[in-house]
Design a binder for this molecule. Structure first.
Ligand SMILES: [Zn+2]
Length: 85
């Protein structure tokens, strides 16, 4: 459902008097103030949860999909690049 404040409001008092306007706002029918419509929205897929692993060198926790396996060691990307250099 979409609820939006109407830019043009029917029966809105022309008076700029604060009390008059406040009183009108508090008692106006909801459909005079808001545009309410049923809508269809597409939600994104839920985030995938991956196992957390720990880098054998720096101890940083990282997603299993980000891990570099090298010589039987589990490494994060920075540590694996350091080993390369
Ligand atoms: Zn690391």
């Amino acid at each position: 459902m979409r609820v939006a404040l109407k830019a043009r409001r029917r029966a809105e008092p022309e008076s700029q008097d604060r009390e008059t306007r406040t009183n009108w706002l508090l008692h106006a029918p909801i459909e005079d103030l808001f545009d309410v419509r049923m809508t269809t929205i597409c939600l994104p897929e839920p985030a995938q949860i991956h196992e957390s692993l720990v880098c054998d060198t720096c101890g940083e926790a990282l997603m299993a999909t980000r891990v570099v396996q090298r010589d039987g060691r589990t490494l994060c990307t920075p540590c694996s690049e350091e080993q390369d250099g």
